[in-house]
Design a protein around this ligand. Sequence first.
Ligand code: ADP
Length: 669
Amino acid sequence: MSISTSVLSELLQALPTLRPQIYFKASLTALSHAMEDQVLAATMEQPLVIASFQRERFYRQEAHRYQRLAQRSNQIYVLSAPETDFANSSEYYEKIAFEHDDALSQEWHLVVIAQNYATCLVCRESLGSLAKNQQLRDINPSLDMDTARRFEGIWTAERGVSLKAAEFLLDRILAYRPELADKIQQARQRFGIGENKSETKIQQLNEYACDIDTDPFVQRLVTYLQASQYKLHKAYRSIAAQARKERLVNTISTAIRRSLDPHEILQVATQELGENMEASRCLIYRAQETDAKAVIEHEFLSPGVSTVMGKTWLLENNLLFREVVLQSEGIYVIDTQTDARITSSQELAKLVKQYGIRSWLMEPVFYQGRLLGIVELHYCNETSHDWHAGDFDLVEAIATQVGVALIQAEAYANLEDLNKQLEALDRTRSNLIAITGHELRTPLSTIQVCLESLASEPDMPPELQQVMLDTALADSERMRKLIQDFLTLSNLESGRVEWHPESLSLQECVDLSLSRIRTRFASENLPKITTQLAKSLPLVKADGDWLVEVLAKLIDNACKFTPTDGQITIKGERNRKKMVEVTVADTGRGIETHLLEIVFDRFYQEEGALRRTTGGTGLGLAICRQIVNGWGGEIWAKSNGKNQGSQFHFTIPIIEGSQEQKPLKVKSK
Ligand code: ADP
């Protein structure tokens, strides 16, 4: 059995002068609670209470109150649509389970009738509000629009109206639970319900004086009003905080979109965050987990606050930084004067004092789990700063944006770097082709001229023929060397060389390169060569073949550019960087200061390839630099200028704790 007639409609039909109003659900809850509390607080003799809940779950929230109400009266009726265990029962009070499609399922009623007091709330949920709520919930399930539900109906303390409402509700109860007929009859008789009263009689009844103290009712209502006002205030605050967060995040992401200059982006972020958080100082700096220190690169200052820009923050023993790294989340110090992390650390206590920091927030900037930097907020006031819950979310959101900016800037810088390298590589490639072409063409054309002359001039005197042949042979030898050096260099540059590092005695490598030189030059054409290797020099770690190659090349150059009455010295000593530094010094023609670096360029030869008297390809020093860099060393030239002699220095890693005594294992080339 289900009844489709609305109790509100019945009431409005019976009393056409009634004007229904719109109530929000929150107001109905407040009114209902106040009405129930009135019953609990006032001295009413066994009042009649009828409450109708749309759903069982709404009833369940109030069930305990109805148990308390049941102690005040035996005429209590609670109606609801069953969902789980709500069923007809008479245990504490009368429970009436109505059908789901009963018009009651859209309505909210509460009627209280005593001898000296009557009030009723008869309402129906507005269908439009139901549909709208559903729509909103579909769009965003987390949206709690329950309190915005609207009802239309009557709330009144008029006795006549309340009696009429009780009459309709008791009829409904009787329909569902006919066995309660006697009890209902008692209620009707006691309060005069259902006596077919005329409108005028009802009017008189409405003027019925109420001698009950309505203070609890009013107080309860005011409490509800205050509570909803507070909720509203909280909601406004959270909306305002959300809006502020979105605005700030927007400003910073716009800055990221507009610019690829990390400095500019981080400056905007520091400024906006500092201003928004009303901080005395806002800092952003780059830092990685293992960094021992960081330099403050971006700062926002409020007026009168001292700057820390460009200062170095020590991170190694900074307890706050370590905690941020360990927990992978932001931390804050409400009061630096009492916080143990600060008071127990001399370093932090010093910073706090020096820069007047009273409250301190440190937020990590992460990108895919990698620490990129830190955002810091300082409050330098007399009293400690009062943080709001939303503040931390806001700083975290900004830190996320800063992370994106930093990583974007890093990627951009890498790209720029790569571009530059590519451009340089392209330039080198073109230069190389041009130079190699030129270097190869020169001897080739000489060879061609010589051979053509020999072929076309059969009568050429034999001495001249010999000259032609010697020239052609010398140039073809030069071409062979050039091609060989060129291939060596290109293999070294492209990383196609296999290194076989071993423990080597420098003395033995020097000896081997000197013997190689001596097979090349007749001894009377050589300047005096002396070797000065420091005592107890450690063994070096390098590829023996290549080390001899470098030494031979440098000694070879020294011999070429030093007159026979000059002097060449080969020195070896341990330097401060825990490497062996080898120097090949000569008293020869020297190098002008501006050429000291250029001599390492490919094909550089002071006199130019054509006017060369010393032989050589112009690739030797470029090859040496590749080899030395290959074992992690450096090579450089020094000279006081023309005719002042030159010194070529290079470094080799050492075998720690070793001393030269190992027998030579270097293969000769
Ligand atoms: P190469 O010796 O085959 O010409 P290198 O690359 O070894 O080529 O040397 C490049 C240039 O550096 C030489 O042509 C010379 O001008 C200069 N140079 C190298 N070593 C010395 C030195 N000891 N004294 C003066 N100039 C030197």
